[in-house]
Design a protein. Structure first.
Length: 406
């Protein structure tokens, strides 16, 4: 039996699956994955809740399985969120130092960060993260900790991630319907990047792409800080839909063909080959052209990568990705996906695996679990749990708090 006080739970309610991961944080700060629960997702579309009852049942199954494996009762979770409504942008806060000796105090730091978060968001939106990038003091750049220094004008750059409050709250209400508390909501893209990247890779500059069933989240690190985030309402389900339309087969059959014969590139060996489709009795019905199947998949996956590449080009970030591209999520299992991504980005591409985390190999080696593992990593870096009180309290707490960790 594990000590419940040292256990952290990450919960990802995805389009295709719900995943709950239990991590144990020891006295030395080492994180060990000790439990994993998963269930097929129902009531979720493009990463967002569309049927609370069905989604709640999926979460229940994943939580129960994780509790059994970890031999503990789960009371609260760090909840991953995604959706096309989530946006990220950079903002600068300015604060004039008023003390007579011009020494920067903690109050000055808190004030400048507060000013950076005083943003005119749409009334229906709330901040999910406000992540510090770096400080400026009297025009001097690259200051990581201004406290104790002397200056008259303190500035800070932050990366703000925000989303529609009600759409975020729908996921929180599903969790609370199971009598669980939400310690914090966390953008899935941020969680995946924490599970994947080393500090050195963050310094060099890296792009993390989490390709799920209904959404693709991406995060750019450079010089050790988050520079850019984004969400596309495109994922593995769209590949399946394309196959269903293009091959004129039911969606369930298209999903099976994708898993068994799919590829992100047209394999030379597939040219001229066909796949025999059978009916419920196992009798052949017709043949599917394998090259056609793979070309449909390649076009959709290439489109996803091209949209991300164009976004990063416009942001002027492509030259900052010296560590390359890291891909996780269920789509990372598609054969030759890394080769396709390399051709689009012109950078080395790796299929992601966790770093500096030990525990269940069955979880750590699976790309589709990285977001949930990253939620646990996020919580471990925070080193303490804040009292939860629903999404609105979480948001209020965020608005008065500074996040220096990432």
């Amino acid at each position: 039996m594990f000590d419940d006080s040292n256990l952290i739970v990450g919960l990802e309610i995805g389009t295709s699956k719900v995943c709950a991961v239990v991590g144990e944080l020891n006295a030395e700060g080492t994180l060990n994955i000790v439990g994993l629960g998963q269930a097929p997702a129902s009531g979720v579309r493009k990463g967002e809740i569309v049927d609370s009852g069905q989604a709640e049942e999926s979460v229940r199954h994943a939580i129960v399985e994780a509790e059994k494996m970890a031999n503990m009762e789960i009371r609260s979770v760090y909840l991953g969120v995604t959706g096309a409504h989530i946006r990220g942008f950079n903002n600068r806060g300015v604060h004039r130092v008023l003390s007579a000796d011009r020494e920067i105090t903690n109050d000055d730091v808190q004030d400048v960060v507060k000013n950076a978060k005083a943003i005119n968001l749409p009334v229906e939106n709330s901040i999910v993260h406000a992540v510090r990038q770096h400080f400026f003091l009297d025009g001097q750049d690259g200051i990581t900790n201004p406290m104790g220094m002397l200056g008259a004008l303190l500035e800070v750059d932050v990366h703000v991630v925000h989303g529609v409050t009600n759409r975020l709250q729908n996921a929180v209400r599903v969790v609370k319907g199971l009598h669980l508390e939400v310690d914090e909501i966390v953008f899935n893209g941020l969680a995946s990047s924490l599970a994947l990247l080393t500090n050195e890779q963050k310094e060099l500059g890296a792009l993390v792409i989490d390709m799920g069933g209904g959404t693709t989240d991406y995060v750019v690190y450079a010089n050790g800080i988050i520079k850019h985030t984004g969400v596309l309402a495109l994922g593995g389900d769209h590949v399946s839909n394309d196959l269903g339309h293009g091959l004129k087969v039911p969606l369930t059959r298209a999903e099976k063909l994708k898993r068994e014969h799919g590829s992100a590139l047209v394999d030379e060996a597939s040219k001229g080959r066909t796949i025999a489709l059978t009916n419920e009795l196992g009798l052949p019905v017709r043949n599917i052209n394998l090259e056609h199947l793979q070309r449909i998949m390649a076009l959709r996956l290439e489109e996803i990568f091209q949209i991300i590449a164009q976004d990063l080009e416009q942001a002027g970030l492509m030259d900052d990705l010296r560590a390359g591209v890291f891909i996780c999520g269920g789509c990372a299992r598609v054969p030759q996906l890394a080769q396709l991504a390399e051709s689009v980005f012109g950078l080395p591409v790796s299929l992601g695996q966790t770093n500096s985390i030990s525990g269940l190999k069955s979880a750590l080696d699976q790309p589709e679990f990285l977001a949930a593992i990253g939620l646990v990593k996020y919580a471990s870096l925070k080193s303490r749990k804040r009292p939860a009180g629903g999404l609105l309290n979480v948001i209020k707490d965020r608005l008065g708090r500074y996040l220096p960790l990432f």
